[in-house]
Design a protein around this ligand. Structure first.
Ligand code: C2E
Ligand code: MG
Ligand code: MG
Length: 341
């Protein structure tokens, strides 16, 4: 029955007002079974809801049967959400900085700011556990603003202390990128800190960049006009429209680490990486490889003229003070595989 319903909805609908613009709909379906999953109506409905939630989470346009673990996942999401409110108010969030180096010289040319949550009882909560929940609840707007302001203020402090600062990249979630207030928020943060715009870079993911391409062109233009740098994160994991990519005023493509991991053994990964590098260069973008852990991965990337490297081979994400030390004590890193555990 569920498959049949999805099939019926998958057909295009033609409305009288706009006969040349067929409308496409998808549905997500959650199924709970009486009396196996619950005997009371409310509980049965809750179970169906939890299954629906899982169906939507798994990209939608599908059905899911209720399973016991679904209640657990929903409860955990609620718990994380409520604790994240407190984390924002208190001092539980910090940014770590991962150096990005020039592929040939090892000189530090930038850093990526990555959020960390030190929960007083749970310990370190990794971003993949709370960022998706923050995105779903809308809390990401506040988290994102905290990240922006913290990174910009930190940079300004380093500059004031006489350090030779490099551009720091922050990750933008889909929700933040879609807001029409993004430009003014970024501008305000820069103005408040006095940081030159070129010292801030914004990373958007390929999926976001290709979602509403006309809007993206305009949004990128506006950000570019502010003077901040832009890059596309996790490149190669989504799909890109080349005709839009060439219209984006971005600075670099970040090659996703899933392609780097097996670069030595997997012929297709190697081919993808080489192709992305030459595509990027052809369009006037730089390339940075993420997740570089070994000397032979680095050698491959150098051979095919990848411009920049980020990964455990050169450095893990480190606390602000440690990154400041790097800036202070000479900015050329020599990699080591021992650092990659
Ligand atoms: P991302 O932006 O693609 O960040 C790169 C991730 O790869 C980071 O994980 C980093 O620690 C990890 N990494 C770097 N080098 C290596 C390596 O050599 N080997 C391996 N195995 N991993 C490496 P992290 O910090 O756990 O962040 C995961 C994701 O969470 C990020 O992926 C980003 O999408 C998201 N994220 C992190 N901080 C923020 C933030 O402030 N705001 C938003 N919206 N998302 C964030
Ligand atoms: Mg990133
Ligand atoms: Mg990435």
């Amino acid at each position: 029955m569920a498959s049949k319903l999805l099939g019926v909805l998958a057909q295009s609908f033609v409305l009288n007002e706009a006969p040349d613009q067929p409308l496409n709909l998808t549905a997500s379906i959650g199924i709970a079974v009486f009396p196996d999953n619950a005997t009371e109506f409310i509980q049965l409905l809750q179970a169906a809801n939890a299954a629906l939630h899982r169906a939507k989470q798994q990209s939608g346009n599908r059905f899911e049967f209720f399973k016991e673990d679904m209640h657990g996942a929903a409860r955990e999401a609620l718990l994380i959400e409520s604790h994240l409110h407190r984390a924002l108010a208190g001092n539980e969030l910090v940014l770590h900085y991962q150096p990005q180096v020039d592929a040939l010289s090892g000189r530090i040319i930038g850093a990526e700011a990555l959020i960390r949550w030190h929960h007083p009882e749970w310990g370190l909560v990794p971003p993949f556990r709370f960022i998706p929940i923050a995105e779903k609840s809308g809390l990401i707007a506040e988290v994102g603003e905290w990240v922006l302001n913290t990174a910009v203020r930190q940079q300004a402090d380093w500059a004031a202390a006489g350090l030779d600062i490099v551009p720091v990249a922050i990750n933008l979630s889909a929700l933040e990128f879609r807001r029409d207030t993004l430009c003014s928020t970024v501008q305000a943060a820069l103005a408040a800190s006095g940081l030159p715009p070129a010292m801030l870079e914004l990373e958007l993911t390929e999926t976001v960049a290709m979602e509403d391409t006309e809007f993206t062109v305009t949004q990128i233009q506006a950000l570019h006009a502010l003077g901040v740098k832009l890059s596309i994160d996790d490149f190669g994991t989504g799909y890109s429209s080349l005709s839009y990519l060439k219209r984006y005023q971005i600075d670099k493509l970040k090659i996703d680490q899933s392609f780097i991991r097996d670069i030595d053994n997997d012929v297709s990964d190697g081919a993808i990486v080489r192709t992305v590098i030459s595509l990027a260069h052809g369009l006037g973008f730089k390339t940075i490889a993420e997740g570089v852990e070994t000397a032979s991965q680095l050698a491959f990337l150098r051979r095919y003229r990848c411009d920049e490297i980020q990964g455990y081979y050169f450095s893990r994400p480190i606390v602000a003070e440690a990154f400041a030390d790097l800036l202070r004590n000479g900015t050329v890193l020599t990699g080591t595989e021992a650092g990659a555990t």
